[in-house]
Ligand binder design. Structure first.
Ligand code: AMP
Length: 232
């Protein structure tokens, strides 16, 4: 499970883990944006919260995520990105995992300096078609404004506009402490330096996984050469 404020790199790290270790990324934010784009009922229900940078109500988030966790692709493991965000959601998740007999390995807090967060969020661009993430300076597309993967148009997320960035960081500051206390009290909280490039942060995370032997059931089948090198 990846925790940390907006811009701390949860999505980027989750994508590295998915590519290198084959563990699917379950991202509430991505799921909500996808549903909003398709104008589904769920998309309509969450739209106001997401565009204003407010949290979607716990009951709805837990329902959506436990449904995701019940799919076969999570059988070998999974990475939670952006969920849970509140103690209520954490309790809902615990109850579900307990029923399923699937223990949680750990909650990784990506800790970043505020300057890095604001810079990352302000420069972030997202493909309007495939959802790929870019950054104007750190991860620029080959052609300005155009996605390398699918040639879709790059846009600024509604919630990355300057006023909303400040609100989201403020919401996170007030909401996250009880959640961090919750996992700390259970001995599950791990702090990881989230400053630096995606590869640097992935390498730090991979070293943590290796130290904790979290990859025991994952190693042989999917880990790519890059992953092996990073873990070693
Ligand atoms: P993210 O992509 O994780 O920054 O999430 C974008 C937006 O989706 C947030 O600002 C919230 O409005 C909503 N959201 C994502 N995850 C959650 C969650 N676990 N609980 C409530 N709202 C969420």
């Amino acid at each position: 499970m990846l925790l940390g404020p907006p811009g701390s790199g949860k999505g980027t790290l989750a994508k590295f883990i998915e590519e290198e270790l084959g563990l699917p990324q379950l991202s509430t934010g991505e799921l909500f944006r996808h549903e909003m784009q398709r104008r589904t009922l769920l998309g309509k229900m969450v739209s106001r919260y997401v565009t204003e940078g407010l949290l979607v109500p716990d009951e709805l988030v837990v329902k959506v995520m436990t449904r995701q966790l019940s799919t076969p692709r999570t059988r070998r493991g999974f990475v939670l990105d952006g969920f849970p965000r509140t103690v209520g959601q954490a309790k809902g998740l615990d109850a579900y995992l307990k029923r399923r007999g699937r223990p949680l390995h750990g909650a990784i807090l990506l800790a970043c300096t505020p300057r890095v967060l604001i810079d990352r969020l302000g420069g972030r661009r997202v493909c309007s078609q495939c959802g790929a993430n870019y950054h104007l300076r750190n991860v620029p597309p080959k052609r300005p404004g155009v996605c390398d993967r699918c040639a879709g148009a790059l846009t600024t997320r509604m919630d990355d506009r300057t006023g909303t960035i400040k609100k989201r960081l403020e919401v996170d500051r007030t909401q996250s402490k009880p959640l961090l206390d919750y996992y700390r009290a259970r001995g599950l909280l791990y702090r990881l330096n989230g400053d630096g490039s995606g590869v640097e942060v992935y390498r730090r995370a991979a070293r943590l996984f290796a130290r904790r032997s979290w990859l025991a059931g994952v190693t042989a089948s999917r880990r790519s050469p890059a992953g092996r090198e990073a873990v070693a």
